[in-house]
Design a protein around this ligand. Structure first.
Ligand code: ADP
Ligand code: MG
Length: 345
């Protein structure tokens, strides 16, 4: 019996860039950079007003302003600055998102953990993943990572140990994507493609009723733009986590930005990327980060146990594995990669 986390969702489909080629249909889109540390694009087939676009981007900007772990004046930063000192009152949605993040931490056995912020801060410089800390520094901060220690009380959040830090970078883009979609829907726009830096929402269908065709990005550094496989989706979020986009190299070693909370170092689970499909982008975002840390076997097991979640795992040997709900749905578009035989899973 599959576990239902947030309701029962119909099967939807996978990944990270839109494949165009839609006949006479024309996509209009507007892009704003520098929100949530990425490029945000909202595309629609119908012409929507500048006011509608502004409303959507305002929703995202507001979330960014309050939930950023990198800025010093966000609500989240206030919680972090008061660790070991005092509880801080936060807005209802931030309170709810931190709770949801901690729930995912529990579901994933701690592979996803929003309190990994203390360790992440060591690796970041001006918000970018850029410096290699010493082993001793990592060891010291790792002791502060544990989602179970977050104290929720009457709209306040308290991080009881001095130096504890929350970082919602693994879930906030998905949350913002869900909220942006809700804003569009309130304005009567039901067909749209939202791309928040690889965090996709394919809302509704194309005007002729066909599903959106979405491609999963080739998970290799320096090759962005091409797809490795593709599939049709409607009303579904498609979120990819990988080590190929945000990383730095030092002394011939490459360090990417998804940290294994158990070690404090970039996760080494043998995966190039994980793509999650779910009707909740928040859920897809947290699960993509969790599964990247967990690796193929444990990640698959987690997904197969959660109703409404499907996933595509690409391993370091260029093999593509999909959850059972995606059987027959994927088309491989890069012949360097092979779809795993169902019987070998
Ligand atoms: P991206 O932000 O590139 O789309 P992810 O959704 O996987 O990719 O999120 C990665 C971000 O999540 C990191 O930049 C960091 O802020 C945060 N993070 C890294 N490791 C973890 C982890 N194990 N659990 C929770 N958040 C993490
Ligand atoms: Mg994520």
């Amino acid at each position: 019996m599959k576990k239902t986390l947030y309701g029962v969702f119909p099967l939807c489909a996978a990944a990270a860039l839109l494949l165009t080629g839609c006949g006479q249909e024309t996509l209009s889109s507007e892009t704003r950079a520098n929100l949530l540390g990425t490029v945000i694009t909202v595309s629609t087939y119908e012409t929507i007003s500048a006011e509608d676009y502004r409303a959507v981007f305002d929703v995202v900007a507001d979330i960014d302003k309050r939930m950023s772990a990198n800025s010093t004046d966000s609500e989240l930063a206030a919680v972090n600055a008061s660790s070991g000192i005092a509880p801080i009152a936060v807005s209802d949605d931030l309170y709810g998102l931190i709770q949801e993040a901690c729930d995912f931490a529990a579901y994933s056995g701690g592979a996803f953990d929003p309190t990994v912020g203390a360790v992440l801060a060591l690796w970041k410089q001006d918000g970018e993943f850029a410096v290699r800390p010493t082993d001793a520094e990592i060891e010291e901060k790792r002791a502060l990572v544990n989602y179970r220690n977050v104290i929720f009380e009457d709209g306040t959040i308290f991080l009881p140990k001095a130096g504890m830090r929350l970082d919602l970078g693994g879930i906030a883009k998905g949350y913002a994507c869900d909220q942006a979609l809700a804003c569009l829907q309130e304005r009567g726009i039901t067909s749209a493609l939202l791309d928040f830096g690889g965090n996709i929402y394919a809302a509704g269908t194309r005007p002729n009723g066909d599903p959106w065709r979405i491609g999963v990005t080739v998970p290799l550094a320096g090759e962005s733009g091409q797809s490795v496989c593709a599939l049709n989706v409607r009303d579904c979020s498609v979120v990819t986590s990988g080590g190929y986009q945000r990383y730095f190299t030092e002394d011939d070693t490459t360090y990417h930005h998804i940290i294994d909370p158990q070690t404090g170092y970039p996760a080494e689970s043998g995966l190039l990327s994980v793509t999650i499909l779910n009707q909740s982008s928040t859920q897809a975002d947290a699960l993509s980060t969790a599964c990247f840390v967990l690796g193929l076997e444990d990640g698959m097991q987690l997904l197969e146990s959660i109703e409404g979640s499907e996933g595509i795992f690409i391993t370091a040997d260029y093999t593509i594995y999909a959850t059972s709900g995606l059987t027959g749905a994927l088309t491989v578009t890069d012949d360097r990669f092979t779809l795993a035989d169902e019987s070998t899973k």
